[in-house]
Write a protein that binds this ligand. Structure first.
Ligand SMILES: *[C@@H]1O[C@H](CO)[C@@H](O)[C@H](O)[C@H]1NC(C)=O
Ligand SMILES: *[C@@H]1O[C@H](CO)[C@@H](O)[C@H](O)[C@H]1NC(C)=O
Ligand SMILES: *[C@@H]1O[C@H](CO)[C@@H](O)[C@H](O)[C@H]1NC(C)=O
Ligand SMILES: *[C@@H]1O[C@H](CO)[C@@H](O)[C@H](O)[C@H]1NC(C)=O
Length: 341
């Protein structure tokens, strides 16, 4: 349960608040002594908060964070991370503070709401299949890690970047990075969809599957340059099949569904990558799972549409989500530097 002490709190602090107070130099990091000096100065300036037992442990967290910041800055980002009041917080501290509402969640939600695009005056085609459009990666396997939310969220991100022409080819992105480094998705303990999106936003994006391959176990977070970013995420109006159909027409959408029994208490997340709705001939959702290719029909399952209950079969209409992404070239300035290739 306890996550390894790592350094993402600093990124969060930066992206949520953007307060910086000290630029790090190589010299600051040179020796244990110089790090200790930096720590003492920092403590004097900010005072000690958080609930770590002793100063030695605080110092070790501080060192991690400082090295992370320095590493991050060396890679030439459009802004520098700086040491701020979060310099000695662990992920756990930061999460508690965040969960306590001291930071406005809306500030790290997407800046771009594309609901208007989604609802433009379209007449929906009877058949949509994002697999056939080359917008869906081969089936993945989450193995024994309980993180279907991470897999389904990432699948939807891979697709939207391709659909919006942000990436010329369909990228495969790293679930393991979220498992190891995510603060809000709770890795193999839960892997929540909303948490996964929050993590992608606060980490500044994801790296690729090949750069950070899947192990299926909680590991130590490794620094990676983000290559894939989203603008935000939104939910589809709950319990409304028309809304869900419009959303799936636009892009693959994440659903929570049953796991052991098909009730209305979703414990597993999947991605809806299409539908067939030619009344009298077919009426189903095309659902992508993350349990390998040997599950269902090559990893997919068709689920009934037009179910009598507005919550949908197995609660599929209850709480759908999708990531948002501006078409490239984006009109925003911060996020698009990575998107050229
Ligand atoms: C993406 O590129 C394709 C092919 O060049 C084009 O048909 C499509 O309209 C583009 N989509 C967006 C969102 O720009
Ligand atoms: C897996 O995570 C879900 C939430 O995403 C939770 O409801 C479920 O109880 C978890 N299962 C196990 C076996 O921990
Ligand atoms: C479902 O969404 C459609 C399309 O936005 C809307 O016209 C309809 O009133 C909604 N139905 C319910 C029950 O809210
Ligand atoms: C429920 O989910 C867990 C973890 O995601 C998986 O290992 C298990 O096989 C699932 N149960 C069923 C009946 O599919």
């Amino acid at each position: 349960m306890a996550k390894s002490i790592s350094v993402i709190a600093i990124i969060l602090a930066l992206s949520a608040i953007r307060s910086t107070s000290k630029t790090l130099t190589e010299r600051d990091l040179e020796t244990e002594e110089s790090l200790k000096n930096l720590f003492e100065k920092w403590v004097a300036h900010h005072g000690l908060e958080g609930d770590l037992d002793d100063k030695a442990e605080r110092f070790s967290v501080f060192k991690h964070n400082v090295k992370y910041i320095h590493e991050f800055n060396k890679h030439g980002h459009s802004y520098d991370l700086g040491l701020n009041q979060f310099g000695e917080m662990t992920n756990e501290d930061f999460r508690n503070m965040y969960a306590g509402g001291k930071i406005d969640r809306r500030r790290i939600r997407g800046r771009f709401i594309n609901k208007n695009i989604l609802k433009s005056d379209i007449s929906l085609p009877p058949y949509v299949n994002w697999i056939e459009k080359g917008a869906v990666n081969p089936i993945k396997n989450q193995k024994s890690c309980n993180c279907s939310g991470i897999f389904s969220a990432i699948a939807s991100v891979e697709s939207i970047l391709f659909i919006r022409n942000v990436t010329k080819t369909l990228l495969s992105l790293s679930e393991q990075e979220l498992v190891d480094c995510g603060l809000f998705s709770y890795g193999c303990d839960e892997g929540s969809v909303k948490g996964a999106f929050l993590d992608i936003l606060t980490m500044g994006g994801l790296t690729t599957e090949s750069a950070y391959p899947y192990t299926g176990q909680q590991g130590i977070c490794q620094y990676n340059i983000p290559v894939a970013k989203i603008d935000g995420f939104e939910n589809v109006a709950p319990n409304n099949e028309t809304e869900l159909t419009i959303a799936v027409y636009n892009q693959p959408v994440i659903e929570g569904i049953f796991n052991t029994s098909c009730g209305f208490n979703p414990t597993h997340a999947v991605t809806v990558v299409g539908y067939c709705a030619t009344y009298g001939i077919c009426n189903y959702w095309i659902v992508r799972n993350s349990w390998g290719e040997h599950w269902g029909e090559g990893g997919y399952i068709k689920m009934q549409r037009g179910f009598s209950d507005p919550r949908g079969l197995c609660g599929i209409n209850m709480e759908p989500y999708y990531p948002t992404k501006m078409p490239f070239p984006a009109t925003s300035s911060i996020d698009d530097s990575y998107a050229n290739e």
